[in-house]
Every structure is written in C-alpha cells, then in structure tokens.
Design a protein around this ligand. Structure first.
Ligand code: PLP
Length: 404
C-alpha cells in the first residue's frame, strides 16, 4: 500500500487548519473522499443527470444504468446473491428504521427484540419505538473491557427473541464482534439476524451469503463515498414478504384509487427520487476500496493502532478504553483531569481532528461509568507522522492543563 500516493488522492488532506496541515483522525464519524469519487459525482451532473426509471429517453436511460450499476457493485462488494437484495437508503440509521418498521409490522405484544449495550443509538432507538406495540427490547450486557458478555448473551437468547440486532464493531471502543458466531447463535435461537455494519465493512471483508445473515446495514460516507447514501442488504425472500417503509412514487407497479401494488425489488423499498449522484459516487468509492484491498487497509490500521497505543501507554494519566485485541484502529481514551472536549480543542489548535463526547452510545457510557471519551480513529490515508502528531498533541494537553 503506497500511503503517499493514496494521500494525494484526497484533496482535503492538503488543507491547513489553524496554520497546520490537517491530521484527520475522526474516520469513524465519516471518512474523507478521494478525487475519483468527487469527480464521479461532478461528471454525473455534467453529463448524465436525469431522473431514473421514468424517462423513455437516452439521458434517463444513462442515469438509470449508472444508478443500477451502483447496486450491482454493492452486491459484489458484500457478496450478495444479486442486486435485488441491495436497497439504497439515506444511511445506516434509515436502513435500521426501515427494518424496525417493516419487521415490526409482524411482531406481536410481548415479542422480544434483542440488541446489545455496545450499540450506536441508531441500533437502539428504532427498536425502542416498537415498545408502543408492547414489544420488549432486551440488551446483552458488556464486559468491563467492552466485549459482549457471552454468558448473558446465551441467557438472553434463551428468551427466544424474534430479532437479534448487533453491531459488527463498536464505534466507541473498536471492539470487533465475532459476527459469524453471533449470526449462528441468533439463527439457533430462531431469531432474524441483523448486523449494524456501519463500522465493519470498510475495515473487514464480509460475505453475506456465506455468513447466512438476514440483514446488514451500512453507510457510504464512512467508506469514502458521498453522504446521503446508505445500504440495506436483505435476503430476497425476506424482503419480498416485508411491507414497504416509505410509499409514493417509483416504489409501485400499479396504483388505483382503491389499491396500490408494489414494484419489484429493490425499488419497492426506494420511494421517490433517490440520491442518484450519491449512489454513483458510492460505486466509485467501492471500486477504490477494492483496488487497495480491505485486508491491506485493515493491516495498515492495525499497525497505526499498535504504534499509537504503545506510545500512549508510555504517557502517565491516560486511560484507554476497550479490548486489547480484536479491535479496529480506534483509540478511545481520557486524559486524567481533563474533559474530553478540552482534549479535542487543544488538538484542534494544531490541526488534529479527533472526536469527543458520548459517540451516540449513551448506554455504553453508562456501563463504563463515564460521561464521554476522546476518540482517535485511523483510516487508510493516515500515516505514522499523523500518529506522532497526535501523541505530541496529548503531551501538550497535559502540559497546558498541568496534569501529571
Ligand atoms: N452504527 C454505528 C456502529 C455507527 O458508528 C454509526 C455512525 O457513527 C451509525 C450506526 C449511524 O450511521 P449513520 O449516521 O450514517 O446513519
């Protein structure tokens, strides 16, 4: 992997922040975009812009073909059976809302949905909405080092949940879940299995067919693609049975004043004019990731993670949260005596962008007994020099706040 060359593909990384070259370490929130993606979006608007699936004219056919190609590329990326199983949404949040709405239609009072205490709010709040129907939401406990508590998981699965929705990896701690094992355990308990893959697919290869998972959800903007495009993968036979989430134009095959009939998959779940340019840009992002190789990207992140973690362990008064092994290139930490927002503000003065706060995971924060953390997250364009600047920044925080 030629990082120098990769870095050149990302125009924003040349930007100066407060007089310093940008060191972008908030990749779990969103990633930067390579010039290839930016150009693909511009090129679409300059050359192919028209609505999809509507016009019987050349430009609309071009736009439709490009948009459908994006579904095909996504299917290949996660090894789905066919593009009919790929629904474009706005983001992971919308994908999970779609599931809670459509699957929720079939659930009955006292049915159980099982999720975990390590989840992002978007894999908690949509399920809580089903409580209005008398559905129970249960949570698998986490261990002190941020892993799922296996004993508790077994116990909660014995409640025979109808749905087991869990994250592939934690956006806060970087914990990587054993998705193969979890899907199997969910299936053995006769639950529908859902992976929130928002922090997974950009770091780890996934093969949904082999995994036999029922649904996965993820976001383009966390994997070099545009914002406003998300994915819901679902097994064809399940999607066929489910009622649509949003209704209106493009998702129907026939409408009369009395009744409407749904369009075929995946369009049945894509009501209204979709984010065409976003989908087209996303296809190029996937191609970019495939050219570099997800495994190569993962290896690179692991090197940075190990290096930065060791350096941080040398500094007194730093608490690092999460497991020691099987984690993404994410370091969630606190500097003793300093608020995480202050840590991030000091780093920002040097052009270093990290995240601070509860990371949309308040139940996890409660479990850890903290209000928030500072979080640095690496991706393919980050370098050892970025890690060094980050470490120097932390030392500076300690000096400024006079904590030892
Ligand atoms: N799930 C996880 C694990 C996440 O980290 C995030 C975003 O950080 C989401 C879901 C929500 O993603 P989006 O905001 O793109 O819907």
């Amino acid at each position: 992997m030629n990082i120098k060359k990769i870095k050149e593909d990302f125009p924003i990384l040349k930007k100066k922040i407060n007089g310093f070259e940008l060191v972008y370490l908030d990749n779990s929130a969103t990633t930067q975009k390579p010039i290839q993606v930016i150009e693909a979006v511009n090129c679409y608007y300059e050359n192919n812009n028209a609505n999809v699936h509507r016009g019987g004219y050349e430009l609309s056919r071009e736009s439709t073909d490009l948009y459908e190609e994006a579904h095909k590329e996504t299917a290949e990326f996660i090894k789905a059976k066919k593009m009919e199983e790929i629904i474009f949404t706005k983001n992971t949040t919308e994908s999970i809302n779609l599931l809670s709405f459509s699957l929720g239609e079939k659930l009955k009072k006292n049915d159980v949905v099982l999720t975990t205490k390590i989840e992002h709010h978007s894999n908690i709040v949509p399920w809580q909405q089903l409580k209005r129907k008398g559905i129970k939401v249960e949570f698998v406990e986490v261990t002190k080092d941020g892993k799922l508590n296996e004993k508790d998981l077994e116990e909660k699965l014995s409640f025979k949940p109808k749905i087991f929705a869990f994250t592939g990896a934690s956006n806060v701690l970087g914990t990587v879940n054993d998705i193969k094992k979890l899907v199997k355990q969910g299936k053995d308990a006769d639950a529908l299995t859902i992976i929130d893959a928002a922090q997974f697919v950009q770091h780890k290869k996934i093969n949904v067919k082999k995994l036999n998972v029922d649904f996965i959800a993820f976001s383009s903007h966390k994997m070099l693609g545009p914002t406003g495009i998300g994915v819901l993968y679902g097994k064809e036979e399940l999607l066929e049975e489910m009622p649509p989430f949003m209704t209106g134009g493009d998702m129907i095959s026939k409408v009369s004043c009395e009744k409407s009939y749904w369009n075929s998959l995946p369009w049945k779940f894509e009501a209204g004019t979709p984010n065409i340019a976003g989908g087209i840009g996303f296809r190029i992002a996937l191609k970019y990731l495939e050219r570099i190789g997800i495994e190569e990207i993962d290896k690179h992140e692991q090197k940075l993670l190990n290096y930065a973690t060791k350096e941080m362990q040398e500094i007194d008064g730093i608490e690092i949260f999460g497991p020691e092994k099987n984690k993404l290139g994410i370091i969630s930490f606190n500097v003793k005596g300093v608020h995480p927002h202050d840590v991030s503000s000091v780093l920002d003065r040097k052009g270093i962008a990290i995240r601070s706060g509860n990371h949309c995971a308040q139940p996890l924060m409660e479990e850890l007994g903290i209000k928030g953390t500072a979080r640095a997250s690496f991706y393919l364009y980050n370098t050892k020099e970025d890690a060094d600047k980050f470490i120097e920044g932390i030392k500076e925080v300690k000096k400024i706040f006079k904590v030892d």
